[in-house]
Every structure is written in structure tokens, then in C-alpha cells.
Design a protein around this ligand. Structure first.
Ligand code: AMP
Length: 687
């Protein structure tokens, strides 16, 4: 019988495991004898190097390196080109999977034909489907996709005794953060809720050290490592090593040599913890979101399971101990937990085989898995009065899967002239379709014109793997309608406008945007942290192939913290440096931004964030008018003590004057960035 394995296809590292002859899950070592294979490919050599060798080539500053591609699974716009060939994230993942399979086959001396592969709980349909496809291309039958935290819970479950309890799985890897609550009983592990951030992981901690080092190096030598990709790579590698050392020791020294310049800097663990505290806070917010979704409090948890290499940082362990009142569970290697759990699930998958062929391992044999999806599934529909498109949620998030819902549509046949129904499927929580991801355009055909209007029942399901299935039946004939999934057009901005036909479709504009952030003393502490998180979200949502973004911080004076640039790292570094103190000189900030924007022939925006009334309110209104007269659009976002009336006098449009309550700022900035990228409808005077 061919072997069945469990695979943790990770963002930074991957691992493959099986159930051994004693019924225990074990990791299968790779050709280098290591349990972990870096998810890195180097195309600079032929054939391409995979894993440790590729990571080493990357460390030496080699070209043609592919890494961190997993979060881009299922994204048709993500293409890396090496030696004249384009690779999608699916192609690259298939190369990693093939390597894992080959190494494991060599180690075991047996062929491997099928696998359970894990994915982050927040992976949406396209990413799950792409993972199955990557497995197929690697020569594997993917018997099941399961969520990484579920796999981790299975792995920890092997050691645990049989009592009902609530647990939390805190998974901080290299590039992703994933938090899950689950109820564990003698019979089942039931995932209750999930939350996560696909852009938060160990690399963000590395980035903070890299920024700290680069700034000092630039100040000391005049050479800014951020300007040179090879130098930056060197700084990032040194930063990650420093981070590892700080997990063991309370201080470390880092030497940077760029060209002829060489400097050594000291970094202490407390310094590191301060410079990264907002990252840890972000995990805290998401953890509390997952707890709230399951109706739990920290005190209800019987334990916290740590997964992912970044949970080795002492700050993570003390944070978990502080919040939950007990130390995190131990006993499973944080790098291997997910692969081991996948192997256990793989063994459960062969339940259909004759009894003797089933592995005999204790405790987990009877566990069933109930997963939930962390995204709501819906369709784009017109609202009741036909004045707007809305996201109509059919399956709310955190519904256990598999699950299925139906919705009936009345279709006008126009005496047989209209035999097709278009359906846009969405994943997301917002009622605005553009704030969700559009999974696909489903075109149902062969509708029989049995009347002026016919009813079509559309059934939408999540299967065991969290993959979406769609089916439509014409009610009066009982016939299942054939359908085709066609690519979602690049520009779907019309979904943000009132339903109408024959609208013009224009390419997205080139942009220059300044963020103007209030750093007066009332912003100190949490408000500033939220503002920084919001500004980072803004950058995340910007398309830097079309946008230049700059940052102006204002208190007593306006400070041009970062000039407009298409390098997001420069702005990120400036965001990290913000400190709150002094009063609110908004007029000077607007004047500074106007001077930097006026000469640009791009579409120009100021996005202002303030938490109070400015020092010279009339002067600021005058400055704003001067800027608007030059064709600069102004979005004014208020928080805290800001005055809505006043914001309206600053902004270009009423829709562009926004008050964000605590906790809403990050989402608001993300939305503004997206609306601007899509043409700025509602935010521009001229629209
Ligand atoms: P994973 O994606 O789970 O393999 O986690 C990889 C991440 O864990 C990378 O960002 C590593 O830098 C980080 N990591 C591994 N070991 C340590 C350590 N001892 N201290 C801090 N971070 C670590």
C-alpha cells in the first residue's frame, strides 16, 4: 500500500510527516537530514535549488530567488519570471511539494501517492483550490485540505487526556498569523472561530530590526541600505539572526558591512520588544476578535497551543501567560506541530480501508474534525430599490463546514432572448461588493423560456476542504443548468456605482498621495498605535506600480517624514518613527503637502488624520481651499475629539469627511486606499 502523508506547506518553511509503524506521527527528514525544508527556490542554478540550498543562495545575495509566495496562492496577477518563464504561486508551491515528496520517498523507500495538505484558516476558495492544484502538479492526490490550527490541535491532542475544554491555537509563522479557538472533547476537535492576518509574521519583526539598523547606518555613513536591494537583503538576514539570538539572550551585537563601510550596533531584548510592541498588540487584537467570535474570554481557556517558529520569542510566551493566566502548553515542536497533525488526519482519511490497514494509534483514532470557514460566502445582488450593488451573504463566517445554502432568483427571459444568468460569488464580510474578494463570475446558460419570468434556485456550498461549489436548477423544469466560470474582469469598479449599463471603463489613474498624520500629544499611546496600524494598512492596499505615497506628521510644526515615493518601505520606516507631542498645526501640514503635490501631473490626494481641533482652524480651512483649487483632493478622517462639521470644511466631498470610532481606523484607511486606487468615486469633487 502506498504511503499517505501529511504536509505543512508553509510560507517560510514546510514539513512532511507520516504515522510510523508504532502508530505515532513522525516528521520525515529531507535529503539534508533536516525535519524542516525552507519554502525557498533559487532559479540561479540549473536545476533550481530548493530548500536549504536555495535559502543559503538567497542569504549570499543571489538573484532569481522565489520565497514568501504562499500568501499569493490563487492570485492570477502574481507572476515571477525566471529565465523567460513565468511562475504562479501554484507553480512554485508545486516545486516545493515535489521536493518534499521525493525526499520523503527516498527516506522511506516507498512511493507516496496521496497527502493531506494544510492551509491557513483564512485561506479563501481560490487559495484552497490552488493548493489542491499544486499538489496535483507535484504528483500527489490531495485527499483533504485542513486548516493549520486544526492540524496543530490534532498534534497536541495526541498527548492530551480526554476532557472537554476550550483551547486557543496561536500560530505565528514567518509571514502569517493565524489564531483559532477550538473545543476539544473526547470525540472531536471542533473549531469555533478563527481570525488572522496574512501579512503579519516573523518577517515583520525582522523588518523592524532592519529599519532600526538601516537608519543608524544611514545616519553614520550617509549610505541608506533601503536604497539598494542587495544591501537591504543583507540587513534583513542579519536582522533575522539578531532576532533568533534575542530569543536566547538579552542582548546581541550586529555588524553591518556595506561597501567599505562597517559598523557594529548593539540591540537589547527590551529595545527589540519596544520597537515591535505594536506587532504583538496586533496579534492581541486578533486573538481577542477570535475569542469574542466564539463567546469566550481569556479565563475560559484550558490552554494555549503555540505553533510557528516566531512563538519562540519570549515576548509571545510571556504575553500568552499574562493574558491566559497560565503558561502555554508544551510538548510539541512548534515547527512540526502542523505537519504531525496533518499526518494524523491523513491516517483518519484511510478510514475506508480494511480495519487491519488502519494505523493503530491511541486517543486520536476516534476524533472527528469540524472545521469552520473564516470568510462569509455571498453573491452580488442589487439592493431592493435597485440603486446599488450589495454583497448578499448566504453562508455567514464561522458556519461549520461542509454546508450548503440555496437562494432563488427570478430571471426575466425576454421571450427566450435572455437564456443566461450571471452570478458574481463573493467572500467577505462587508455589504459593499468591492470590499470583498470576488471569487468568480458564474455564467449559467440554457435557461428555458417557459414564462416571462422563471425561478432559478442557486445552491452554494463549502465542501470539506472549504472549496466552494455552485449549482443552479430551473425550478419549473427541474433541469440543472450548465455553467461556466469566467475570469473576473480586472476592473470591477462599476460594482461600486449604481447599477447602470454601458458605462465607460477607464484604466486606473497614476497617483501621488500624502498621508498627513496628527501627532499632537493627545495622540500618544493607543491612538498613535492605531494610526500607525491604519497607515500601514493604507500602504498595504496601495498599488505602488501606480502610486507614490509620502508622509507628513504634524504637531507644533509640520514634518515631511517621507517624501512621496513608490518605495513603501521608506514610508513604513517613517511610520515606525512617529512620536506624539505638542499641538495641532494642521494648516502648516496642508501647506507642506500642497507644495509637494502641486507640481505633479498625477492625480493628487491628501489623506488627513486628526484627533482634535487645529491650532488655527480658519487658516487650515484656507489652506485646504488653496489646495483643492489646485485640483488636489482632500480626505479628512477624524478620531477621538475631532469635529465632524470641521472635517467637512476641509475635505473635497462630504463622503470624504469621515469620523472613525476606536477600532475602525485600520479598516477605514484600507477602504480609502482602495477607493482611491479605483478612481476615487465619492472622494473627488470632479466625480
Ligand atoms: P514558520 O513559518 O513557522 O516556519 O516560522 C518561521 C519564522 O519563525 C521565521 O520568521 C523565523 O525567523 C522565526 N523563528 C524561528 N526560530 C526562531 C527563534 N528562535 N526566535 C525567534 N523567531 C524564530
Amino acid at each position: 500500500m502506498a504511503v499517505m502523508v501529511g504536509i505543512d506547506l508553509g510560507t517560510t518553511n514546510s514539513a512532511i510527516a507520516r504515522i510510523d509503524e508504532h502508530g505515532r506521527p513522525v516528521v520525515i527528514p529531507n535529503r539534508e537530514g533536516k525535519n524542516i525544508t525552507p519554502s525557498v527556490i533559487a532559479f540561479s542554478v540549473d536545476p533550481p535549488a530548493v530548500g536549504d540550498e536555495a535559502k543559503e543562495l538567497a542569504r549570499l545575495g543571489g538573484d532569481d530567488i522565489a520565497s514568501y509566495f504562499k500568501p499569493r496562492m490563487g492570485d492570477p496577477h502574481f507572476l515571477l519570471s525566471f529565465h523567460g518563464r513565468d511562475y504562479t504561486a501554484t507553480d512554485l508551491s508545486a516545486i516545493i511539494l515535489r521536493r518534499l515528496k521525493e525526499d520523503a520517498e527516498t527516506s522511506l523507500g516507498e512511493p507516496i501517492d496521496s497527502a493531506v495538505i494544510t492551509v491557513p484558516a483564512y485561506f479563501a476558495d481560490a487559495q484552497r483550490t490552488a493548493t489542491i492544484e499544486a499538489g496535483r502538479r507535484a504528483g500527489l492526490r490531495v485527499s483533504r485540505i485542513i486548516n493549520e490550527p486544526t492540524a496543530a490541535a490534532l498534534a497536541y491532542g495526541v498527548q492530551k487526556t480526554s476532557i472537554d475544554e476550550n483551547i486557543l491555537i496561536y500560530d505565528l509563522g514567518g509571514g502569517t498569523f493565524d489564531v483559532t479557538t477550538a473545543r476539544v472533547s473526547p470525540e472531536a476537535i471542533e473549531v469555533r472561530s478563527t481570525a488572522g492576518d496574512h501579512d503579519l509574521g516573523g518577517k515583520n519583526w525582522d523588518d523592524r530590526i532592519a529599519m532600526f539598523l538601516s537608519e543608524q547606518f544611514a545616519a553614520d555613513t550617509g549610505i541608506d541600505p533601503l536604497d539598494d536591494p542587495i544591501a537591504l537583503n543583507e540587513v534583513l538576514v542579519r536582522s533575522e539572526q539578531a532576532k533568533w539570538t534575542l530569543s536566547e539572550r538579552t542582548a546581541t551585537r550586529v555588524t553591518l558591512q556595506l561597501g567599505t563601510e562597517r559598523r557594529t550596533y548593539e540591540l537589547t531584548r527590551p529595545q527589540f520588544e519596544i520597537m515591535t510592541s505594536s506587532l504583538l498588540d496586533r496579534t492581541k487584537l486578533l486573538t481577542e476578535e477570535a475569542l469574542a467570535a466564539a463567546g469566550l474570554k481569556w479565563g475560559d481557556l484550558a490552554g494555549v497551543l503555540l505553533v510557528g517558529g516566531s512563538t519562540r520569542m519570549p515576548m509571545v510566551r510571556s504575553f500568552v501567560a499574562l493574558m491566559s493566566g497560565k503558561p502555554p502548553r508544551v510538548g510539541v515542536n512548534v515547527d512540526e506541530a502542523v505537519a504531525l497533525g496533518a499526518a494524523i488526519q491523513a491516517a483518519l482519511e484511510i478510514g475506508g480501508e480494511p480495519r487491519d490497514a488502519r494505523p493503530k494509534f491511541t486517543l486520536v483514532g476516534s476524533k472527528r474534525i469540524h472545521d469552520v470557514m473564516s470568510h462569509s460566502l455571498g453573491v452580488v445582488a442589487e439592493n431592493r430599490d435597485g440603486s446599488a450593488y450589495i454583497n448578499d451573504i448566504l453562508i455567514p463566517k464561522n458556519t461549520p463546514i461542509p454546508t450548503s445554502r440555496s437562494k432563488s432568483y427570478s430571471h426575466e427571459t425576454h421571450r427566450g432572448a435572455s437564456r443566461e444568468l450571471d452570478l458574481f460569488l463573493t467572500q467577505g464580510e462587508s455589504s459593499a461588493p468591492l470590499d470583498c474578494s470576488i471569487l468568480g463570475k458564474y455564467v449559467f446558460s440554457a435557461i428555458e423560456p417557459t414564462g416571462e419570468r422563471v425561478n432559478i434556485d442557486v445552491q452554494i456550498s463549502y465542501d470539506d476542504n472549504g472549496v466552494v461549489r455552485v449549482k443552479a436548477i430551473q425550478r419549473d423544469t427541474g433541469a440543472e443548468l450548465p455553467y461556466e466560470v469566467v475570469p473576473v474582469p480586472d476592473d470591477v469598479s462599476w460594482l461600486g456605482r449604481p447599477p447602470a449599463h454601458g458605462e465607460e471603463r477607464t484604466p486606473p489613474p497614476m497617483l501621488r498621495i500624502f498621508l498627513l498624520i496628527d501627532v499632537s500629544s493627545s495622540m500618544s499611546g493607543e491612538p498613535l498605535e492605531e494610526a500607525q496600524a491604519a497607515a500601514r494598512e493604507f500602504l498595504d492596499k496601495c498599488d505602488f506600480t501606480r502610486a507614490e505615497v509620502g508622509l507628513i506628521a504634524f504637531s507644533n510644526l509640520a514634518n515631511l517624514s517621507a517624501d512621496a515615493s513608490d518605495n513603501p518601505r521608506k514610508v513604513q520606516a517613517a511610520i515606525g518613527r512617529l512620536e506624539a507631542d505638542g499641538t495641532t498645526n494642521l494648516s502648516s501640514a496642508i501647506e507642506t503637502a500642497r507644495e509637494r503635490l502641486a507640481a505633479s501631473d498625477r492625480r493628487k490626494y491628501m489623506v488627513i488624520l486628526t484627533d482634535g481641533y487645529p491650532d488655527a482652524p480658519t487658516a487650515a480651512i484656507d489652506e485646504a481651499k488653496r489646495a483643492r483649487d489646485l485640483g488636489i483632493e482632500i480626505v479628512a478622517i477624524g478620531m477621538g475629539e475631532a469635529d465632524g462639521e470641521y472635517l467637512r470644511k476641509i475635505a473635497s466631498t462630504d463622503e470624504g469627511s469621515i469620523f472613525a470610532h476606536q477600532g475602525e481606523l485600520v479598516a477605514t484607511f484600507g477602504r480609502i486606499a482602495r477607493v482611491i486606487a479605483e478612481g476615487g468615486r465619492g472622494l473627488r469633487k470632479s466625480t
